[in-house]
Write a protein that binds this ligand. Structure first.
Ligand SMILES: O=C(O)CCC(=O)C(=O)O
Ligand SMILES: [Fe+2]
Length: 322
């Protein structure tokens, strides 16, 4: 198994909404078929020519790195949990989360941007541009994600608005979509605990995730159960199906386990990534789009809370430590 690469030029952000609404039927058919194959078989796809450039991603990563390299007390001032009304917004310290609870804490730090309407000024000190960069990139990811939702619905022969209509409030406090900057610091092999990883096995829990990575380390579980290393494809956006979308599509689109390994021996580099976790509006009712009752209807917000409570603010399937 390898992750398919799909050219999204026909739906690129460089094309205006009007053009995107009216691509040729051949373009729609070809793209739908390619996405359908990727999301039903692998659960992951690399998208090229999305309109989000490598230059933009490098800039966001650079600004994020300056945030993470600040002294700890400055980051602690903007910890997750310190923003009323947006409990998931803010900084998460090293080894706080264990996305696979059977492993020690993940060797990563993170910063979550959940709402674009936070009153609090969370960009401390000299890092005023951190917040603005987060907001701007959040909106870029939002726009791309919404275009993908339209194509995904078409690929299942559904009304193109089927998924989109449940994502009207992305970026408000009535929707839990999150842009997460991840920083995996250099690893000292002497300090690593047994079975510790940069990020334990898990699946994401919303609709889809857009992922941008600075270097290798990500592995995705194949149908046969082995974890396969994912290459970095410069300029491409890696997109994966998350659990709520799997449920919504009665398991036609698959949400698969993935993880981030420790670096190979002698590699003392930090690793960075950006994950945009698209989530339906909190009040949106997610019911099987094929009309079946394979899963009971659930609101997106209730489902998310249930997942949070199962995993103490982390997303996970209980994966066996291989
Ligand atoms: O850093 C990565 O490449 C993946 C991170 C991830 O899967 C997650 O945070 O859900
Ligand atoms: Fe993930």
């Amino acid at each position: 198994m390898s992750i398919p690469v799909v050219d999204l030029s026909a739906y690129s952000l460089t094309r205006g909404p009007e053009q995107v609404r009216n691509p040729s039927p051949e373009q729609v058919r070809d793209l739908s078929l390619e996405l359908h194959a990727a999301f039903t078989r692998v659960g992951f796809v690399f998208l090229q020519n999305t309109g989000i450039t490598q230059h933009e991603v490098d800039h966001v990563l650079e600004v994020a790195k300056r945030f993470f390299l600040q002294p700890e007390e400055l980051k602690r001032a903007v910890s997750r949990g310190s923003f009323s009304g947006s409990p998931n917004h803010g900084w998460v310290s090293l080894e706080t989360e264990r996305l696979n609870p059977r492993r020690p804490g993940d060797l990563k730090e993170a910063f979550n941007t959940t709402s674009l309407h936070l009153d609090t000024d969370w960009s401390s000190g000299a890092l005023a541009d951190f917040r603005d960069t987060q907001r701007w990139f959040f909106l870029r990811c939002k726009e791309l994600s919404l275009r993908l939702l339209r194509l995904m619905a078409l690929s299942l022969d559904l009304d193109p608005e089927r998924f989109l209509s449940a994502h009207r409030l992305v970026g408000t406090d009535k929707n839990s979509t999150t842009l997460r900057c991840l920083y995996y610091p250099p690893v000292d092999p002497e300090m690593v605990q047994q079975n510790q990883l940069r990020c334990g096995e898990h699946s994401d829990y919303g609709s889809i995730t857009l992922l941008f990575q600075s270097s290798e380390g990500l592995q995705v579980r194949s149908r046969s159960g082995e974890f396969l290393s994912v290459p970095v494809v410069p300029g491409a956006v890696l997109v994966n199906i998350a659990d709520l979308m799997q449920r919504w599509t009665s398991d036609r689109f698959v949400s698969v386990l993935h993880r981030v390994l420790l670096p190979p021996a002698g590699d003392l580099a930090a690793r960075q990534s950006l994950a945009f976790f698209l989530q339906p509006d909190d009040e949106a009712v997610i019911d099987c789009c094929d009309g079946s009752n394979k899963y009971a209807p659930v609101t997106s917000g209730a489902y998310l809370l249930q997942r949070f409570s199962q995993s103490n603010l982390t997303c996970t399937h209980l994966a066996a430590v291989p």
